[in-house]
Design a protein around this ligand. Structure first.
Ligand code: PA5
Length: 418
């Protein structure tokens, strides 16, 4: 299912980390079901099938609408967006179109989306755990206005609120106005919430196979919850730790298909917000190749050497080929009849060799077949590895004190506008 190649990290010296990793594993297992810890995501798919089923069923019901507007930011946005971008043009039976709003404060962006919605038959899923985040709050006000002007009293039926089960302004609003609600459990933080209603409602509406996603998580749990040092999630955490120790402070998440852009954004948020604190952490960045080989390729090969690469390779079987030309003007006739996917893979392998030769370390992650099952499996792997990385670094994987800092400063400036 998932193959991890640590070729460049061959001296992982896992034994040096054995006691620490296993002690962390035991501690997580002990604490994972306590209310105070944000570890609820580990067993959520196993223990909360009713809530998940409710989200999936509601998503199926929303398929009657042409469009679902998903209003949210950060962890309340990137998981669903990343799966949607990867699968929306890969599934045969497309259902509701997803449009994402509330992930910035650009008036141009918001106006453009609202304009587009004037002619669409749409519903809204507002997702905010705290219920008090600026970007989705602004967008929700505006879209609610549009809903009411288009659908009058029926507007209320078209709003689904996904938020904390008890607390926050959004929960209160939903109760006061009678909107249907779904919950983001109190002990699951935004960036670990993809396998809750946050991801399942919109993805089910879009026609993505959420049952396959659940099976993928179940399979991943068998492997990545194992108390073993050869657990791949733990090996990846050790490799990142090792990278950091040898001065590699930047991780470049690399994919070879543009539909992965948002998946890499999800990864950047997961690792960046979880790990980057107390002056510690590996800075996550991303490239989409071969596009970025023609922009950042030079720097990655020969620039400052603070980075390593994590390449995600997903097998494609599109059987797309081109024909020989009578006049071989670009001299590529020899490649005629060879699948484009094979050419793409050779580009990945060649680049990997060049980077290795240039002392740019890399980890290759290969998934055999790209499906909702395998992507869910990979995503659980990344979440499990991320929490282990943070514990090894002795930082809290689930808080974001720096985020609170800029929010405070923005609030001071906004208060001056009152
Ligand atoms: O991972 C996190 O906790 C954050 O990125 C949040 O998801 C993000 O700030 C949005 O918060 P909320 O869902 O409360 O609107």
């Amino acid at each position: 299912m998932l193959k991890l190649n640590f070729k460049d990290f061959y001296e992982l010296e896992t034994d040096n980390y054995k006691d620490e990793v296993l002690a962390i594993h035991d501690n997580v297992e002990k604490l994972k079901n306590t209310k105070e810890q944000y570890l609820g995501w580990i067993d959520y798919t196993k223990d909360h099938s009713k809530e998940i089923d409710k989200a999936i069923q509601l998503g199926l019901e929303l398929q009657k609408f042409e469009t679902l507007v998903v209003v949210g930011i950060g962890g309340s946005f990137l998981g669903a967006k990343s799966f949607y971008e990867i699968f929306k043009d890969r599934i045969d039976d497309k259902k509701t179109e997803l449009i994402f709003l509330g992930n910035n404060i650009s008036s141009h962006y918001i106006k453009t989306v609202l304009k587009k919605l004037e002619t669409k038959n749409f519903a809204v899923n507002i997702i905010s755990k705290s219920g008090g985040t600026l970007e989705p709050a602004i967008a929700f006000r505006l879209i609610k206005e549009l809903l009411i002007s288009k659908y009058g009293t029926e507007a209320k039926e078209r709003i689904i609120v996904t938020t904390d089960p008890k607390n926050g302004n959004l929960r209160k609003l939903a109760l006061d106005e009678g909107y249907r609600t779904l919950e983001i459990p109190a002990n699951i933080g935004g960036r670990y919430s993809i396998f809750t209603a946050v991801g399942f409602l919109p993805l089910s509406a879009a026609g993505i196979d959420t049952n396959e996603m659940l099976k993928g998580v179940a399979k991943a749990k068998q492997e990545f919850d194992a108390r073993q040092l050869d657990n791949l999630a733990y090996l990846y955490a050790i490799a990142r730790r090792k990278a950091s120790e040898i001065g590699k402070k930047i991780e470049i998440f690399t994919a070879y298909d543009p539909s992965f852009s948002y998946y890499l954004e999800w990864l950047k948020q997961l690792y960046g917000e979880s790990e980057g604190k107390e002056g510690k952490g590996i800075y996550p960045m991303s490239v989409i190749n071969t596009r970025d080989l023609h922009s950042l390729g030079q720097f990655i090969q020969e620039g400052t050497q603070e980075h390593f690469e994590t390449i995600i390779w997903a097998e494609e079987k599109n059987q797309l080929v081109f024909d020989r030309l009578v006049v071989d003007y670009d001299k590529f006739n020899d490649l005629a009849g060879i699948e484009i996917d094979i050419i793409n893979k050779k580009a990945m392998e060649g680049t990997r060799i060049a980077h290795s030769n240039g002392n740019i370390k890399n980890i290759l992650m290969e998934i055999e077949e790209l499906t909702p099952f395998s992507l869910a499996y990979l995503s659980y792997f990344f979440m499990k590895a991320c929490s282990m990385t943070c514990y090894l670094l002795k930082v809290d994987p689930f808080n974001q004190p720096g985020v609170e800092e800029y929010k405070k400063e923005i609030k001071i400036l906004l208060d001056e506008l009152k």
